[in-house]
Design a protein around this ligand. Structure first.
Ligand SMILES: [Zn+2]
Ligand SMILES: [Zn+2]
Length: 247
């Protein structure tokens, strides 16, 4: 299944009062540009650490604080669409900050946390609102989205999405791989059941669950032993009843 931006643009959020992650994406670098040169280029922005893999045209820089990110952005040129550009060796490199406000959308229902999927292989600039728009368009009403982040509160490529209806949750898991085509990128994102801890095994065996059966008509919580029995009871499509969770 594919979701495409089809002519309209996913909203770009320019928060009036954003709190930015200290980690900032820098794109459009010469591939031979190394970390030392990067640090030098941003030396007017306080203490800077650079993370760059050799041969890549992009990098991350770690600044001291949200205020340092704002100060960097104030030195950038803005394009008509609001993108930030910083001149490095006469080249306009793109500076993409992450506003922490973009990590979450909506209000999660947690008692219990139902109808929730895990989304993997997300593109780094996908905001929670983007995920909400994409999921809602394909599967139905969304209640909550949380983009998972690292110790810098910067996206790490996964999220969880809570749907309002069980049907949406099942449909998303049945699809499993959703191709997302936007103006800026194409990605196959992965949709799996979100494994919630501390749920008793659905066979009432007394154990806590360690897996969830991935078949979109099951999606039940099991301990390892009961899942094995459950899987053995399937006469066909046993592979579709694979366990997801604490393996
Ligand atoms: Zn059990
Ligand atoms: Zn099953």
């Amino acid at each position: 299944m594919t979701w495409s931006e089809r002519g309209y643009q996913l909203p770009r959020r320019h928060h009036q009062d954003a709190t930015y992650s200290r980690k900032v994406f820098i794109g459009g670098l010469p591939p031979d540009f190394d970390s030392a040169k990067l640090v030098q280029s941003f030396q007017g922005c306080g203490s800077v650490r650079a993370i760059k893999k050799p041969g890549k045209g992009h990098a991350y820089i770690i600044l001291e604080s949200n205020d340092h990110v704002k100060s960097l952005l104030s030195r950038c040129q803005r394009s008509v669409s609001g993108d930030f550009y910083f001149s490095i060796v006469g080249r306009a490199t793109q500076v993409i900050p992450w506003a922490e406000q973009d990590s979450e959308w909506g209000t999660e229902f947690t008692s219990p946390r139902t109808n929730t999927i895990f989304v993997g292989a997300l593109h780094g600039q996908t905001t929670a609102e983007h995920v909400k728009i994409i999921m809602e368009d394909r599967f139905g009403q969304v209640r909550f989205v949380k983009i998972d982040t690292d110790s810098y509160n910067y996206p790490n490529g996964s999220a969880r999405v809570q749907f309002v209806f069980h049907e949406s949750y099942c449909a998303a898991i049945n699809v499993n791989i959703l191709r997302v085509v936007t103006k800026d990128y194409e990605r196959n994102i992965q949709l799996e059941p979100f494994f919630e801890k501390n749920i008793p095994c659905s066979r009432r065996c007394g154990s806590m669950s360690s897996v969830i059966c991935r078949h979109y008509l099951c999606l039940q919580y099991f301990c390892r032993a009961c899942h094995r029995i459950h899987q053995n009871q399937q006469s066909e499509n046993r592979d579709l009843h694979k366990p997801i969770g604490l393996l």
